[in-house]
Design a protein around this ligand. Structure first.
Ligand code: TRP
Ligand code: SF4
Length: 450
């Protein structure tokens, strides 16, 4: 049966590799080698897929400007699933990216029914403070709430000129019952992803959006809209009779002058290398002597000069989800299945002590056969969060499968690590309130009201 990715139901994905064929997600393993010092989520295959990541690897390697962009729906508690996204944002910022973070209060209001005030409070007290506590720096960072960001809202409306109801229905299963605000929130997410490329913000530089696989429908839609918004389509083609390959630049309702300008620049700028062009009303064919980068740059500048967007297709990565501590899905409706970033360290450690493991029926059996770490939610905690060092992780794995350690002791160790981590994080989350103004956020806690 075909899998369905639904951003609003925490559907379990049974087989990640199927996503490659079904949705055209590329395996991330092919990219990992391109990155000088890959994140542990990359090394461990937790980030398993991507779209269009080549330009991001290039930007990291060659220190070119790029943006890491993400959004959080401010509902409920920020938990360790969100931490995965936050860790990546912080990592990209260290790699030289500008971090742009949207609080998806439109989505929370439209889809989950939160009031604007609740969105504000949850956004700051759960998500933004955690992000800062996990290491987000104020330099090269921009945090905004969708409902307060006029350019994002304006662009969302504009993007709506390129999507009709049937397309939305096909992607998200929307029906006649779906509220219009829900659809607007989808356009707003597309706008989140594209708005950093507006000239008033970071401009057309590459953008990467690290998300869980459930968000891929949004990414596909956004990439589709972006290409529809652009004035020009650049393609490599082959002449049927001569077999020569050439570049084709096709205008989609582009002003004729823009096309002429591209033609002139291409011939003028690189004519020495024997560039020949064939200009017609709606397209140019270009033979020889120009690289894709040079051509892309010329087309981008002409498009911007004529009021176009010249969006670069946003890139994305997809990570797997942890399963719940109780086995099965991690779900906010089963409190013991997950740990919040704002959780009391003692309560977190209790949850770990109760967690489902891959332990055997008896201690003897476990010493003999070893534990099954691949079925163990505690091992997953180490794998995703509690063991940064690969050697440490390998040791835990070996101790488990060799029967050298029993689950009680192993859980205790994990619980101890969790307590240390959360105690430190809570302190940093408290300190984060003082840093909010550095991020341009004006916020007063309820208790602080004057
Ligand atoms: N829909 C996302 C979620 O449910 C939140 C989100 C809003 C987002 N805008 C975004 C994610 C832009 C990535 C990029 O978590
Ligand atoms: Fe899990 Fe540790 Fe038990 Fe192995 S020993 S099954 S990793 S709790």
């Amino acid at each position: 049966m075909a899998q369905k990715l639904d951003p609003w139901k925490s559907s379990e994905i049974s087989d990640y590799s199927k996503l490659f064929e079904e949705f055209g997600i590329s395996p991330f393993s092919e990219m990992s080698e391109e990155i000088p010092d890959p994140h542990k989520y990359m090394r461990r295959g937790i980030i398993f897929g991507h779209r269009g990541y080549e330009m991001i690897a290039d930007a990291i390697k060659n220190r070119k400007p790029f943006v890491v962009l993400d959004g959080f729906m401010p509902t409920g508690k920020a938990h360790f699933g969100h931490k995965m996204v936050m860790d990546q944002i912080v990592w990209y910022q260290k790699q030289g990216a500008i971090a742009v973070i949207g609080m998806a209060d439109r989505e929370a209001h439209a889809v989950r029914g939160l009031t604007w005030e609740e969105c504000q409070r949850t956004g700051v007290e759960e998500y933004i403070t955690s992000l800062i506590a996990l290491g987000l720096q104020p330099e090269n960072a921009r945090i905004y709430f969708q409902s307060e960001c006029q350019p994002v809202k304006d662009l969302a409306f504009e993007l709506g000129t390129k999507v009709n109801f049937s397309e939305m229905a096909a992607i998200y299963g929307f029906s006649g019952e779906t509220h219009l605000a829900h659809m607007v929130s989808v356009l707003t997410q597309a706008s989140d992803i594209l708005h950093s490329q507006l000239p008033i913000y970071e401009g057309p530089v590459p953008v990467v959006v690290p998300v869980g696989a459930d968000q891929d429908p949004h990414i596909r839609l956004t990439r589709d809209i972006a290409s529809k918004m652009n004035m020009f389509l650049i393609e490599r083609r082959e002449d049927q009779t001569s077999g020569l390959s050439y570049w084709s630049v096709r205008g989609k309702n582009a002003p004729e002058e823009a096309l002429k300008e591209i033609d002139k620049k291409v011939r003028g700028g690189f004519g020495g290398a024997g560039v020949q062009t064939k200009l017609s009303k709606e397209h140019i064919d270009i033979f020889g002597g120009i690289s894709q980068n040079e051509l892309t740059e010329i087309v981008k500048n002409a498009e911007l000069a004529h009021g176009g967007y010249a969006f670069i297709m946003p890139a994305s990565t997809y990570h797997r989800f942890m399963s719940g501590l109780t086995g099965g899905k991690m779900s906010s409706s089963i409190p013991d299945s997950n740990i919040a970033l704002s959780e009391d360290p003692k309560s977190a450690s209790k949850k770990i002590m109760k967690a489902k493991t891959g332990g055997r029926e008896s201690a003897e059996e476990q010493r003999e056969l070893g534990g099954e770490f691949d079925k163990c939610s505690v091992y997953e905690l180490y794998f995703f969060h509690l063991a940064d060092d690969d050697n440490e992780l390998l040791q835990i794995r070996a101790d488990c499968s060799g029967g050298n350690i029993l689950c009680g002791e192993c859980k205790k160790k994990a619980a101890g690590k969790m307590e240390v981590f959360l105690t430190d994080l809570q302190k940093k989350r408290e300190e984060a309130y003082n840093k909010l103004p550095l991020f341009g956020i004006d916020y007063r806690r309820k208790s602080e009201k004057i």
